[in-house]
Ligand binder design. Structure first.
Ligand code: HXC
Length: 232
């Protein structure tokens, strides 16, 4: 998502817990796009670290136009086998992390009349086994984005959600899909998994002027897989 926006002229700051991996990725993104990408170490559960990252961003680039809230923790666990701390950890990363990121960035995004994209999922539209923690967390992310869109619309801020379906080469398909690997292809009306470019292209669209009247939407990028009723 960041690479696509950078290819369209943006500079970027990427956040995460592991500075060595971030720095490597930031260098690669700069090299690929010809723009500037910085790395800032921050755990989205830590508001102070997010505020420091925002300060670093503003010092370097003068402001913030776009924010992607994409931090997520996930593993497969049944309700009966999931600890309270396991549930809480994912809620804190996905939901509280989204809230913390919004709080840290909103003054800057208001000033630029910018936009948010939150990365959610489609698994909470139905009951997805072993995913109670993420389903609860992502439903809350969708709701948070909707409220943000309504409250901040008068300030010129837009907020939308991208809900990716199964995307090839990601943790969601390789490690977390209950069906796993190619076994899930029968659930895809398009006969293929999504590509990371499908998410990247939607990102560029939602941040562009072409989407200036689109806010408060949850956009599934899933090739209609959520609408397919399969006989088992
Ligand atoms: C059961 C687990 C667990 C597992 C962690 N926990 N992994 N429980 N099964 N596999 C429990 C721990 O036992 C502990 O509870 C609590 O969660 C906190 O674990 P920690 O390791 O101390 O926390 P932390 O270091 O903060 O890391 C947690 C984590 C990490 C971020 C959730 O384990 C993780 O899963 N990282 C992968 C992140 C990832 O894949 N992100 C992409 C998501 S893609 P106790 O009770 O023991 O103290 C995605 C797409 C959705 O979400 C679509 C899917 C189909």
């Amino acid at each position: 998502m960041t690479e696509a926006v950078m290819r369209h002229g943006a500079d970027a700051v990427i956040l995460g817990r592991k500075l060595d991996r971030l720095t490597q990725t930031a260098e690669e993104l700069s090299r690929l796009t010809g723009r500037t990408c910085l790395a800032a170490q921050a755990d989205v559960r830590n508001p102070k670290q997010l505020q420091d990252a925002v300060a670093k961003t503003v010092e370097k680039f003068g402001g913030i136009d776009f924010v992607i809230c994409g931090a997520a923790g996930n593993f497969l666990a049944p309700i009966s086998g999931l600890s309270e701390n396991g549930f809480k950890t994912v809620i804190e990363i996905d939901t509280l992390g989204t809230y913390n990121t919004i709080k840290a960035t909103l003054p800057q995004v208001r000033a630029s009349k910018g936009a948010y994209i939150h990365v959610s999922a489609t698994l909470h539209y139905k009951g997805t086994p072993y995913q109670v923690h993420v389903s609860a967390a992502k439903a809350a992310v969708d709701a948070t984005s909707n409220v943000l869109a309504v409250e901040e619309g008068p300030h010129g801020v837009r907020s939308n959600v991208i809900a990716p379906g199964p995307i090839a080469g990601t943790e969601g398909v390789d490690r977390l899909s209950p069906k796993g690997g190619d076994n899930a292809l029968g659930d895809m009306p398009a006969g293929r998994y999504g590509d990371v470019k499908d998410i990247a292209n939607t990102t560029v669209f939602l941040f562009s002027g072409a989407a200036s009247f689109i806010s408060g939407q949850v956009i599934a990028v899933d090739g209609a897989s959520e609408h397919l009723r399969t006989t088992q």
